[in-house]
Design a protein around this ligand. Sequence first.
Ligand code: PLP
Length: 360
Amino acid sequence: MGGNPKLKVRLDKIRENASRVVNLCKGAGIEAGGVTKGMCGNVSVARAMLEGGCAFLGDSRLKNIAILKREGLQTTFMLLRLPMASEMTDVVSYVDVSLISMPETIKLLDDTCMALGLNHDVIVMVDVGDLREGIWPVSAEIEEMARALKASRKVRCIGVGTNVGCFGGVLPSSANLGHLLEVGHELERSLGYELRVYSGGGTSSLALVEDNTMPSGINQLRIGEAILLGSDITGKRLISHLHQDTLRLVAEVIEVRRKPSVPIGTIGADAFGNVPQFNDRGMRLRAILAIGRQDVRPEGITPLDRGVYVLGASSDHLIVDVEEMDHKLTVGDTLEFEVNYGAMLAAATSPYVEVVMEER
Ligand SMILES: *Cc1c(COP(=O)(O)O)cnc(C)c1O
């Protein structure tokens, strides 16, 4: 097929990001796993993370993990989204460690393990305030989980974990991660054995490692964004010691014409039901690129060329203002864009975007 739009991946930079994150964490006694879901479980990206030294791989989708296993990647696989009751057989078959928060799930995993003659490790998720997954950190809920774990024959609890900076945008801190440690210690007392893993979050938790405020006892992080993009969207920062030029989105020009900057006629709503707003800047040179909402999240892309401004997008068309570009675009030219996490996720998942590996 034609080859555009495409997402170019600099594997060498992703490998280097992984290695820098792994070494930073190692200095604080923390193991770092690589999270592949942002790139839809791409096999080459996953391999680069392992070559960079990641201790394990995590993904939120069972399908991605199954593909990585089938491709022969040798590592521990962690399922990052709480497992569904309808996928238990695949979970215990493909996944080494699941994150869980419900006693029912422990029972379902354990029954499935018994039926298939397998064992399974779990990490109990604790909600320290972000209001996504996890038990509420009160004794009744800790005890309830301990009871379900003690009753299970094949499911073993290896640790506790938390997720911050996702739904509620809550930043990790020594206070909320300290809370995770306390819950883990209480669970250890109820279970009567020590927990090996204290999993303290994702990319946003790296800031605590960098400024030496990570509570001692937290010994694992699950890192996606920092390795894939060198950024920390929750902490609103670029991570200066990592590469940001890991991914480039390429889209092709299919029209270049000078047009008014305000539509002519009565404005209804756009193709997505939003009423668009326009500033009158007179006649402007505009290009249409053959990429749209089926391929990417247009709000999350930034043109690399000076003088290019994204005006908007429909399902299949991206409109850019190119009046101030220093050379004239023609049909068949391409423009390149940086992507943020949401745009990467959409592009990597879209069947219309070709993912192309580069190595330098
Ligand atoms: C996505 C995810 C991660 C990785 O998050 P990043 O911010 O990309 O590092 C870690 N843990 C869980 C449970 C996740 O869902």
